[in-house]
Design a protein around this ligand. Structure first.
Ligand code: ATP
Ligand code: MG
Length: 158
């Protein structure tokens, strides 16, 4: 599908904002301009659903989740930042491995299988993008991913 990613992303965030049960505030840094990309919308919805539900799952009451889209030279970069428990340095690259979960006790309580981010990585790589995370334990986590973007495509649609 050829979609305007800014509108697509906004709608997904709206859905989480309407249904969330915690007191977590959402901040959006999303450009007003149209950014058309060629994506499988079902698959990217699944990627975002997992990243956003992780951000909420590991956020404290009163935390803030920040959603950002940046237009780079040949792709768009999406970031989802939380103020949650964070991930130890030695684990931050492993969270994209199948069945990897940081703290067995902690995550057993919160539920999940440890597959969400492994599937997300597979889907982002299949779109020609990349996905990674940065985290500071006790302060929060940011998950980044990119999707190829051709700025010239915009002109063809004028
Ligand atoms: P599933 O997504 O299959 O329901 P899950 O959420 O445990 O289960 P992933 O989404 O793959 O699995 O995440 C893997 C692990 O990475 C999580 O179990 C958790 O330990 C850690 N993790 C992921 N996102 C965050 C985050 N935003 N803050 C802190 N830890 C995180
Ligand atoms: Mg998950």
């Amino acid at each position: 599908d050829f979609v305007n990613f800014t509108v697509f992303f906004d709608k997904i965030i709206d859905r989480f904002e309407m249904t969330k049960s915690q007191h977590v505030s959402f901040v959006r840094n999303i450009p007003k301009e149209a950014l058309f990309v060629e994506i499988d919308t079902d698959k990217i919805t699944q990627v975002l659903d997992n990243i956003i539900s992780n951000a909420l799952k590991y956020s404290p009451e009163g935390g803030k989740v920040t959603f950002t889209i940046d237009k780079l030279s040949s792709d768009i970069q999406i970031r989802i930042k939380d103020e949650g428990v964070g991930i130890p340095k030695e684990s931050v690259n492993k969270i994209f491995d199948r069945f990897y979960r940081v703290d067995k006790a902690r995550t057993r309580k919160l539920g999940g299988t440890g597959l969400g981010l492994a599937i997300a990585k597979e889907m982002i790589l299949a779109h020609g993008g990349d996905i990674w995370a940065q985290s500071v334990e006790g302060q929060g986590t940011t998950v980044f991913f990119t999707i190829p973007y051709n700025p010239e495509q915009e002109d063809e649609w004028e």
